[in-house]
Design a binder for this molecule. Structure first.
Ligand SMILES: Nc1ncnc2c1ncn2[C@@H]1O[C@H](COP(=O)(O)OP(=O)(O)O)[C@@H](O)[C@H]1O
Ligand SMILES: [Mg+2]
Length: 470
């Protein structure tokens, strides 16, 4: 039996007995990179009836969560006033990624699957496991949290024994609180995994028959080379006296392929629930739903559509959609400083969104490319020209010919062979190119590591380099 050791050197695990933080630590703090990873959040058993949450009251009625949202006093007009700081603030609040919405739109089916699985485990007192996977920002954590609340309220209503809840976020792995939550002595030298293994292996008597719901979020961090910890965790559900309902959540969509066959072999294959990337319609619906708490229309319809289209065409990550909307408001705020324009602005327009999106989706290479000196840029343009004709790579010899041609056509004196070779090396060091090994420089294979479109985008404002690319 392996110990759960730190998956990353800075990792810490927090164990909790509920999904609801009792400390003043907000979700905002948890998301904020300026907060240290090792921050511990204590959780309390969720109240299924009502919960005060950042000025909001959450009520669970008939298995649906409704929320009476706090609206700012000054927002009773139907027209948004971007000159009113309170109006701006309320929109930013509604769109902030940490502001968890009242209902999780577009995830009804996935939540239902998870809820049904948990309900049947609680009812039958049978152990089991579920594996939730999907790209980041597809609402996995949000949906599982919402499902938890529903499960606890259903369990209470059904008069069943509430399961113990242990929520673990593997990005902040910290095991010392473990003894606070399980009936074992703090002097116990066994690892938590060993403890659970012993607990579920021998006899029911050492531990009451209460089910334990263990949610392991960001499970990707537990992947070690031999995936041993993952196997051991899921194996816990197969032990003779197991009371474990295990929900693993992971971002890596290929993780299932990598470790499920072994789990099947070990007879502890979890039920898999996949969260697909949000479609354009879903992103739009979620944005509109989040903005519904406001009394006024903030975004022009085609601005929101543009955002949804662009995000869905990428990873379908809701965080990016929310970030782009926030950034569009900032673009509007900058525009407002221009007195000539400011009186005409009363909504976030398509153009504001377009600027925000091009910033948000800008490749990290764009800044690097824009800061290169002239000859390195000519070299890069020469490579792009070649790659447009050929497939994915070329040789340094061919690249040198292309570079000399571009220099000739633009009437720029070309660098010598030695300088050319050094420039290739610099671009390699910047992560823009890859050079293969070869004794002769001219035979070295050259691969562009950024997208051709990034080079075009970075240089679109400069006529000289636009010509080089033609
Ligand atoms: N269906 C949704 N409705 C409203 N907001 C959502 C939805 N899905 C994602 N979000 C927003 O995106 C953020 C990231 O979602 P999260 O559940 O953490 O994604 P994941 O766990 O899949 O990476 C949430 O905090 C929330 O603000
Ligand atoms: Mg998550």
């Amino acid at each position: 039996m392996r110990k759960i050791t730190r998956a990353r050197s800075s990792s810490t695990m927090f164990l909790s007995s509920s999904a609801t933080p009792t400390s003043s630590t907000s979700q905002l703090e948890k998301e904020d990179p300026s907060f240290p990873n090792a921050k511990r959040v204590k959780y309390k058993q969720p109240s299924p009836i009502s919960e005060k949450k950042r000025g909001k009251t959450t009520k669970i009625v008939n298995s649906t969560i409704t929320l009476s949202d706090h609206k700012p006093n000054s927002t009773t007009n139907t027209l948004w006033n971007p000159r009113d700081p309170l109006h701006i603030k309320s929109v930013k609040e509604a769109l902030h990624v940490s502001n968890t919405p009242t209902t999780v739109a577009c995830r009804e089916q996935e939540q239902n699957k998870v809820l049904q699985f948990c309900k049947s485990s609680v009812q039958s007192q049978n152990s089991g496991s579920l594996y939730v996977c999907g790209l980041p920002g597809t609402g996995k954590t949000l949906s599982i949290e919402a499902t938890n609340h529903l499960l606890f309220s259903w369990t209470k209503e059904a008069g069943l024994q509430l399961p113990q809840l242990l929520a673990i976020n593997c990005t902040v792995l910290f095991l010392t609180q473990y003894h606070d939550y399980l009936p074992c002595k703090s002097s116990d030298v066994r690892s938590p995994l060993q403890h659970l293994h012993d607990l579920y292996s021998h006899t029911k008597e050492t531990y009451p028959g209460r089910m334990m719901l263990v949610i392991i979020d960001e499970m990707d961090y537990l992947i070690t080379r031999d995936k041993g910890v993952l196997h051991d965790l899921f194996m816990l559900t197969t032990l003779p006296f197991s009371r474990l309902i295990l929900i693993g959540i992971a971002n890596a969509i290929d993780l299932a392929d990598r470790f499920l066959p072994k789990l099947q072999f070990l007879n502890c294959k979890p039920i898999v629930v996949t969260f697909c990337a949000y479609s354009k319609e879903q992103v739009l619906k979620i944005l509109q739903q989040r903005l519904m708490v406001l009394d006024y229309k903030v975004f022009e319809s085609d601005a929101l559509e543009l955002c949804a289209r662009k995000v869905a065409a990428g990873s379908g990550d809701m965080r990016r959609a929310l970030g782009a909307c926030m950034s569009a408001i900032e673009v509007l705020e900058i525009d407002m400083k221009d007195h000539a324009k400011s009186q005409e602005i009363n909504m976030v327009s398509y153009d504001h969104m377009s600027v925000a999106l091009s910033k948000a989706f800008k490749s990290p290479f764009v800044d690097t490319i824009q800061s290169l000196p002239q000859h390195q840029l000519i070299l890069l343009c020469s490579l792009v020209k070649l790659l447009k004709m050929k497939k994915s790579s070329t040789t340094m010899g061919e690249l040198n010919k292309s570079y000399l041609n571009v220099c000739k056509s633009t009437q720029v004196p070309a660098c010598g062979a030695m300088d050319f070779s050094n420039m290739c090396q610099v671009l390699c060091d910047q992560g823009l190119l890859k050079l293969s090994q070869s004794r002769q420089d001219k035979l070295k294979k050259v691969t562009l590591l950024t997208d051709i479109a990034d080079v075009g985008f970075a240089l679109k404002g400069n006529r000289f380099f636009r010509n080089c690319l033609e």
